[in-house]
Design a protein around this ligand. Sequence first.
Ligand code: NAD
Length: 520
Amino acid sequence: PAGEAPAVVMPDEYPTDHTQIQSPGRTPYFVDNQFKDSKATSWIDLHDPATNNLVTRVPQSTDDELKAAVESAKKAFPTWRATSLLHRQQIMFKFVALIRQHWDRLAANITLEQGKTLADAKGDVLRGLQVAETACGITTQLTGEVLEVAKDMETRSYKEPLGVVAAICPFNFPAMIPLWSIPIATVTGNTLILKPSERDPGAAMILAELARDSGFPDGVINVVHGSAKTVDFIIDEPAIKAISFVGSNKAGEYIFTRGSAQGKRVQANLGAKNHAAVVPDCNKNHALNAIAGAAFGAAGQRCMALSALVMIGETKDWLPEIAERAKQLNVNGGFEKGADLGPLISPQAKERIESIITSAEEEGATILLDGRGYKPEKYPNGNWIGPTVIANVKPHMRCYTEEIFGPVLVCINVPTIEDAIALINANEYGNGVAIFTRSGSTATRFQKDIEAGQVGINVPIPVPLPMFSFTGNKKSVAGGGANTFYGKAGIGFYTQTKTVTSLWRSEDVLATKASVEMPT
Ligand code: NAD
């Protein structure tokens, strides 16, 4: 019940480590540039994943609050779209500067609510900040095209904003993924309704505060909360023209199908099973370090985590060394010095992942390194699983067919690079992939034949910088990935192209009969 939590806590009072949570408060929502206490009757408890102490209570926004956010965004749109591009750019410069200034505070909130280590949380903020920094170049990115079709006729194109748009975010990158949408949606002239993950909305709330302080006018950015009910509201609200979604296949396929059926634009980045192919000629040390880092970093809770290892030929003998490197990683509370990976987001996630490890054992795989039952001394109540390496995996096993989203590396041995490519392409996901080799021709062949959206050659997590776009493939993106985040494609998603063809005759028209043929 709402009454139990003492008070709403504003983002500038958010705790920045485990010990500061004396009396958990309530997370506000953000409409008209104001943080407001929700009148919700239903609240979602947010626990610190390292301790399972209550951090805050997140409202399931009421219908009135959701409608107020839409009204605010609708009201703001005509003025905001008419604002000069240079003015929007100035606000973006300020926003970038404030994110940099509040980098540590954002990162601390991520560590507290999401669990990842402080260093990793800083990377979460930075990768989002880079999208905002790139958006500052909107004055060159939004130019259209002009063609002089004939001596007195020309066609030009404009990219116009859509209106009110929405973004629905997952728990695993509480700053980066809101920042895939906030800068691009707004700098192109749209107004935005953001729904952060109900499991860690704190960073999005701090970003809202920084957006307000950067000079975004009232209503350009609004933040609402909740889970499926809020999502359904966003899908069904006619004023919302486009939805950006990042998260699981279950939610994303539903949102894509139902949103598209309502005539909305939907971009949806979904789940993954990212493979690393290890060729015997690779730089072994680099490959082993890169794989252990990308499999277990962020406790495997990255959509680009390298979670499936394809050992080609004799590299299968390197598995004990990978397990050894994994074992050296320090699993601890995210604020602790030297921590390499933190806890899982929830007790349910921990249980699900443990059950997948158990299923692998039952299906005949070998648990080379078992992270079940691990607990750092200082945090006995957190959602811990240590790095886990599963060898002798076969493609039909549950640990291979499901996205695990935990610190678990599943390893498959194949004889040749051809077999590796065939195996990876047979997987229904196609987010990212990496190959480790010293051979240019092997890498080139792999790069051409592989069906993943993002390919790393000796690079473990090849998420492109924001001048490019995030480019998942197959089941990792809804709708075949026609719409995608940031870069040129991201600007295309948030704008409607208008072409204008004009004729300015210099001489008088003498004909007195209309021409009815299709103009050529
Ligand atoms: P999730 O799907 O559970 O939640 C994402 C969002 O959808 C949240 O805001 C949540 O409130 C909402 N939601 C959840 N269930 C819903 C339902 N039944 N109906 C409507 N809305 C619902 O995802 P998550 O657990 O927060 O994030 C992890 C997933 O996100 C993983 O599958 C991961 O691979 C994926 N992910 C993908 C990318 C990418 O770019 N491909 C990036 C990050 C995360």
